[in-house]
Design a protein around this ligand. Structure first.
Ligand SMILES: NC(=O)c1ccc[n+]([C@@H]2O[C@H](COP(=O)([O-])OP(=O)(O)OC[C@H]3O[C@@H](n4cnc5c(N)ncnc54)[C@H](O)[C@@H]3O)[C@@H](O)[C@H]2O)c1
Length: 284
């Protein structure tokens, strides 16, 4: 299997910047693409800031931090990916722009380059269909925040070939993650299980008239969860959870996937959890 030496990341938002950080920390030359130079610079500053915090905590040497930041080059052009061995896509969660991008990447990248999407809820097979060589398209589904969450789901689409699939798996290990293999089904593994489970917990709040504090204490102390479900939904973001639930419901039509009305109302009221200062709990 050819070694991956140079990586590209398209979209340096919450996920793309985290993935780019993992790559430069692992010593890989990395090209990041944003729609404007300013957005690219904002992402680089954020990566630099997180790595500085690691230096302050004694987890990283200053020189290693500076070298890592130096390994990230920014671009607004897709042509910069022509010599990459692996390109991650982490742009908006919409099929059309992703398909358009994979069509272009397919044309620009070397034929042996692996093309990976970080989609959470779209079909990797549908995204890959836009490429004339869909065999090298895989899902690499990281969890937020990518630098901290150990899991990456390596998703095999209908036409994914063995070699790129295993290269993606090996790359996940190389950047220090715990990869797992799965096929392209709605929600893959973790979200397929976790989203309806969290929705059940929220519905039980009303059904059994439980407080969020008691629900969290119940699942932590009775089921061994490291974090209660209300705390978790607040951390994920209520808007993000509602969006993921809607996407899974649309695909599976299983009632448990649909977002509970209480969460939709919270989202509509701007109670988004930790990031807005208030969700099930208050964060001052
Ligand atoms: N946020 C999460 O919890 C999470 C978890 C796992 C997977 N994902 C998936 O990762 C992807 C990105 O999500 P996010 O939360 O980082 O979104 P985000 O909105 O934070 O970032 C998307 C970024 O992509 C940029 N962008 C859009 N189109 C582009 C293009 N054509 N070229 C270059 N840059 C472009 C935007 O400017 C933005 O900065 C989505 O597919 C999402 O479903 C998100």
């Amino acid at each position: 299997m050819a070694e991956i030496r140079k990586v590209g990341v398209v979209g340096l938002g919450a996920m793309g910047a985290g993935i780019a950080q993992l790559c430069v920390e692992a010593g890989l030359e990395t090209v990041g693409r944003e729609v404007t130079a300013e957005l690219g610079q904002t992402a680089r500053d954020r990566i630099g800031h997180f790595l500085t915090r690691k230096v302050e905590k004694g987890q990283f040497e200053q020189e290693a931090r500076d070298d890592a930041v130096g390994r990230l080059t920014l671009t607004t052009e897709l042509d910069a990916f022509a010599d990459c061995d692996l390109v991650f896509e982490a742009i908006v969660e919409e099929l059309e722009p992703k398909q358009e991008l994979f069509g272009e990447l397919d044309r620009i990248c070397r034929p042996d380059a692996v093309l990976a999407t970080n989609t959470s809820a779209l079909s990797v097979t549908e995204i890959a269909a836009a490429a004339s060589t869909p065999g090298r398209v895989v899902g690499m589904h990281f969890f937020n925040p990518a630098p901290l969450m150990p899991l990456v789901e390596i998703v095999r689409a209908e036409l994914t070939e063995d070699e790129p699939f295993e290269r993606a798996f090996a790359f996940g290990e190389r950047i220090g993650k715990t990869p797992i293999r799965c096929h392209d089904t709605p929600g893959f593994v973790v979200n397929r299980v976790l989203i309806p489970l969290l929705n059940d917990c929220i519905r039980v709040l009303d059904e059994a008239r439980v407080t969020p504090e008691d629900m969290d204490a119940g699942m932590k102390n009775g089921a061994g969860w490291p974090m209660g479900p209300c705390t978790l939904v607040d951390l994920v973001g209520i808007d993000v959870h509602v969006h993921a639930s809607e996407a899974l419901y649309e695909k599976t039509r299983e009632p448990r996937m649909a977002p509970p009305p209480r969460l939709v109302a919270m989202r509509n009221a701007g109670l988004l959890g930790r990031k807005s200062g208030r969700g099930f709990y208050r964060y001052d």
